[in-house]
Design a protein around this ligand. Structure first.
Ligand code: SAM
Length: 260
């Protein structure tokens, strides 16, 4: 591609991604905790702090899977507005809407079940929409925020997903991407390499009975553009004030940008 990193053949990639997430949907949340030793929770909390959700906001979480990010957005908004109104639902809060978009219906189904267990439903301003990050069904300039967590790495044309993110955001809207990235601390990098190439596929086989899918996940991290490169891609999609923050030495990075 014009961004100089090697891509898997496109048809192959879409098929692989489909298989991976159909096969892992039911064990996804457990695997997430295991593989990141629970850290993904802190990373997602950090993502939400940067988003700074507010009552009345329209937010789109793409590749939202089983709802982890969306639930946090809803909870943050509730805690903000309840502090102000002592627990009664404000008009603004009723205007709030969080859309979870994912290409895989199995992941969304798990998310819907989790939402029901939490007592959330459509009235609680949460919608589940099956769709592709590269061709969103949402209107131009309709969202205050866009998040994508551990999702853009799996998208076939990253540039298309980025320009769709730009399109659906309002002026002043914020783009945030949490993604496994490239570690830049030499000694830890070696340890991390062993962990990702040996431990992750082995645990995948043990817990989810699926070594190949987890092998694929590790390889997809390797192929993903480095932090600077990815920041440049976000800029090329039209975003301004693009920056990124490395967590755990770059194991994970949060990229952000504004549509001005
Ligand atoms: N964001 C969730 C989280 O952090 O727990 C889920 C992340 S999961 C690793 C990646 C998700 O991306 C899967 O649910 C998968 O179905 C979804 N996905 C892959 N390609 C996609 C695409 N082109 N458009 C939308 N979602 C996609």
């Amino acid at each position: 591609t014009s961004f100089g990193y090697k891509q898997v053949r496109e048809d192959e990639k879409s098929k692989l991604v489909g298989n991976v997430f159909s096969s892992v949907a039911s064990s996804y949340d457990v695997m997430n905790d295991l593989m990141s030793v629970g850290l993904h929770r802190l990373w997602k909390d950090r993502l939400i702090s940067k988003l700074n959700p507010f009552p009345g906001m329209k937010h789109l979480d793409v590749a939202g899977g089983t709802g982890d990010v969306a639930f946090r957005v809803v909870e943050r908004i509730k805690s903000v507005s309840h502090r102000a109104t002592q627990g009664t639902l404000t008009d603004l809060e009723e205007d709030t809407h969080i859309y979870v978009c994912d290409i895989n219906p199995n992941m969304l189904d798990v998310g819907k079940k989790r939402a029901a267990e939490k007592g959330y439903n459509e009235e609680h301003c949460l919608s589940w929409v099956q769709g592709d990050a590269e061709a969103l069904s949402f209107e131009d300039g309709s969202m205050d925020g866009y998040t994508i967590a551990f999702g853009i790495r799996n998208v076939t044309h990253i540039e298309k997903a980025l320009s769709e993110a730009y399109r659906v955001l309002k002026k002043g809207g914020r783009f945030l991407c949490l993604e496994l990235s490239h570690m830049d601390v030499p000694i830890f990098k070696d340890i991390y390499d062993v962990y990702s190439f040996s431990v992750i596929p082995a645990v995948g086989e043990l817990v989810a009975g699926d070594r190949q899918s987890y092998q694929y996940l590790v390889e997809s991290i390797r192929r993903f553009p480095k932090q600077e490169k990815f920041a440049q891609m976000i800029q090329e999609a039209g975003f301004e004030m693009v920056e990124y923050e490395n967590l755990v030495g770059g194991v994970v990075a949060i990229h952000s940008g504004l549509k001005l």
